[in-house]
Design a protein around this ligand. Structure first.
Ligand code: COA
Length: 179
């Protein structure tokens, strides 16, 4: 599955993505709103999981490649949700980009292509969630037309109880054809 935007190709993962993806998720600045950075083995596992999800049709976290030079910008995609959230949403949308690409609107650009695809698939809504502290990611959610569900705040079950990243916010966007 391939999606194309003005500046990005969103496509399945290739072996050549493994080293640049490991550099992105091994960068403490990129991962400052995650409990840990990932070493090469963990980054490979993450890619393997995304490939398996694509094969199974349970997720579409795609590699975002810069059209002009073929460099890996990061990861942008959608996936089925495997935990309880308010309203039982089916799928989430998310993103992680290398820091040298931040601030140029790539995450919203790639996310919009995934939203269009979600509506074409007939999905009733998409949600996104992140740590309360992750304001850059919340800005992306706002830019792509998502609204914060104030009643959807939650403590992430896979983040340690006393960890400052545990409180999360929930954003939603509804399929305009279904509302
Ligand atoms: C969140 C993220 C994907 C945003 O991608 P992006 O392509 O830079 O998005 P935008 O260009 O639209 O910028 C969104 C916001 O990021 C912040 N931002 C932009 N450049 C930044 C930089 N160099 N340093 C820190 N924050 C920056 C700003 O708050 C910006 O909002 P604004 O445009 O209103 O000023 C990116 O910052 C990232 O990969 N962060 C680390 C991984 C992560 O936290 N992912 C989300 C997990 S839920």
């Amino acid at each position: 599955m391939i999606l194309e935007t003005e500046r990005l190709i969103l496509r399945p993962w290739q072996d050549a993505d493994r080293a640049p993806f490991a550099a992105i998720v091994g960068d403490p600045h990129v991962m400052r709103f995650y409990p840990n950075t990932r070493d090469r083995a963990a980054a490979d596992q993450w890619i393997d999981k995304m490939i398996a999800g694509l094969d199974a049709g349970t997720s579409a976290f795609l590699a975002a490649e810069h059209k002009s030079d073929g460099q890996l910008v990061g990861m942008i995609g959608t996936a089925r949700i495997d935990m309880e959230l308010r309203g039982n949403p089916r799928e989430e949308i998310g993103w992680v980009l290398g820091s040298r690409y931040w601030g140029r609107g790539y995450a919203p650009e790639g996310a919009r292509a995934h939203i269009d695809r979600a509506w074409r698939r007939g999905l009733p809504e998409l949600v996104a969630f992140t740590s309360v502290l992750n304001t850059p990611s919340q800005r992306v959610m706002e830019k792509i037309g998502m609204s914060r569900d104030q009643e959807g705040d939650f403590l992430h079950p896979r983040v340690a109880e006393d960890h400052p990243l545990r409180p999360h916010v929930l954003y939603r966007i509804a399929n305009p054809a279904r509302s």
